[in-house]
Design a protein around this ligand. Structure first.
Ligand SMILES: Nc1nc2c(ncn2[C@@H]2O[C@H](COP(=O)(O)OP(=O)(O)OP(=O)(O)O)[C@@H](O)[C@H]2O)c(=O)[nH]1
Ligand SMILES: [Mg+2]
Length: 441
């Protein structure tokens, strides 16, 4: 890593401390007296100690590439880092946008960089693009959330934690020469408070110089009129303020990517070769690739990391903690300790619990009452049906008894008639017998 970049880190780390010659003046706090030292003490080696420690620990940087399928994301990453990342061609038929992250360990001189490249897969390919940004937002939030969870742990291990928060988002704009698409505006708007957006015009070799100039102006005016905040190269560090000011004026960078080496003059350069000529990737009159590499990697990589932590993550953390009920001050602006917040939250929770318990009890009583009245109703119904059946039964019984009585009457009259008949029959038999006897005599 160039010494100048490491010095950038130190400038920001020691923002509140000004070393003035041999005297030390501390800005933060009242009643601190400046004293001059009579001789060498040795703490002027602190910056070197910090540099050595940082080199030992290594660095981590995470880039998110958002852009349509085949817009040149992977080629640009390969060109930027002078290597061949594992690139798989995406299909245009993904049902929804997915994010693919891959981490690599890179080393330049004695500086180790753990680089994560996150690519959108299927971005802008769906018929309904309304929710295309959501998986991207979710991914960024998930990385913030896991960092926050690590921070909130009792036993934290942030020193060897793999920080996966997105430090830079390269947003690939299609080289239409026309204007931004609504998907671009909506996505960038949704992301601008979560990540450092660096818009780039992809495949800038497919657009003419005059069109490109107008296109850049159009894009910037559309971003401004839609209130999209893109990352501005910082101006607070005077060592890079000048170059950053100039570069802010060149946004969005028009880039060309290629890992192909083409012979130009007597040397081999990265270029794209066409029947009519050669587009040199690293030629500043051909495209802004060098500007992007300078700004993203050589000058502002540490600022991008710092902005991610101090601005975007801070905002996420604040919202999350507020959502959880934590606050720094009470309504009268008096500071509130963590313990007080915990007690208040616990009290709130207990009250809520009691309320829920009462509600559930009331609901239970109500349900029991309802069930009771339902049962009573059913009982009444059954009783009614029983009474009706009883009546029917009594009626049937009475009818049967009447039938039986009539039958009995019939039977007795029949018996009487039969007895009379039998008597008559007997009498006639006796009379006939007498007649026979008389005749025989
Ligand atoms: N004209 C031109 N073509 C480019 C440029 N960069 C990449 N390409 C070509 O565009 C095609 C797709 O490039 P990739 O880098 O694979 O695009 P990608 O966005 O990674 O594609 P997916 O990962 O499949 O979505 C390849 O044929 C590249 O050679 C460029 O700057 N200009
Ligand atoms: Mg790719």
């Amino acid at each position: 890593m160039p010494k100048s970049s490491l010095l950038c880190i130190l400038t920001t780390t020691f923002k509140c401390v000004k070393l003035e010659g041999l005297g030390l003046r501390v800005n933060n706090g009242q009643g601190v007296r400046p004293l001059s030292l009579a001789g060498h003490v040795g703490f002027d080696s602190l910056p070197d100690q910090l540099v050595n420690k940082s080199i030992c620990q290594g660095f981590c940087f995470n880039i998110l590439c958002i852009g349509e399928t085949g817009i040149g994301k992977s080629t640009l990453m390969d060109t930027l880092f002078n290597t061949n990342f594992e690139n798989l061609e995406s299909s245009h038929f993904e049902p929804q946008v997915k994010l693919h992250a891959q981490t690599y360990d890179l080393q330049e001189s004695n500086v180790r960089l753990r680089l994560t490249v996150v690519n959108t897969v299927g971005f802008g390919d769906q018929m309904n693009k309304q929710e295309s940004y959501q998986p991207v937002v979710d991914y960024i939030d998930r990385q913030f959330e896991s960092y926050l969870q690590e921070e909130l742990k009792i036993k934290r291990s942030l020193h060897n934690y793999h920080d996966s928060r997105v430090h830079a988002c390269l947003y690939f704009i299609s080289p239409s020469g026309h204007s931004l698409k609504s998907l671009d505006l909506v996505t960038m708007k949704k992301l601008d408070s979560k990540v450092n957006i660096i818009p780039v015009i992809a495949k800038a070799d497919t657009i003419s110089k005059s069109e490109l100039h107008k296109f850049k102006i159009k894009i910037m005016s559309e971003l401004v009129s839609n209130g999209v905040q893109i990352y501005q190269f910082p101006l607070d560090d005077e060592t890079v303020a000048k170059v950053n000011t100039t570069m802010n004026g060149h946004l969005p960078f028009a880039v060309v990517g290629s890992t192909e080496e083409v012979s130009v003059g007597n040397k081999m350069v990265k270029a794209r070769q066409y029947p009519w000529g050669v587009v040199q990737v690293e030629n500043e009159s051909h495209c802004d690739f060098v500007k992007l590499r300078e700004m993203l990697i050589c000058v502002n990589m540490e600022d991008l990391r710092e902005q991610t932590h101090t601005r975007h993550y801070e905002l996420y953390r604040r919202c999350k903690l507020e959502e959880m009920g934590f606050k720094d001050t009470d309504p009268e602006c008096k500071p509130v300790s963590l313990q007080q917040t915990y007690e208040a939250k616990r009290q709130e929770f207990l009250v809520e619990l009691q309320k829920r318990e009462d509600e559930m009890r009331q609901m239970f009583v109500q349900r029991v009452k309802e069930k009771e009245s339902e049962l009573k109703e059913a009982e009444r119904d059954l009783q009614g049906r029983f009474e009706q059946l009883k009546r029917l039964h009594a009626d049937e019984k009475a009818a049967l008894e009447e039938k039986k009585r009539l039958l009995d009457e019939d039977q007795s009259s029949f018996g009487k008639r039969r007895a009379a008949a039998q008597l008559l029959q007997a009498q006639s038999l006796t009379a006939n017998g007498k007649k026979d006897k008389d005749r025989k005599k």
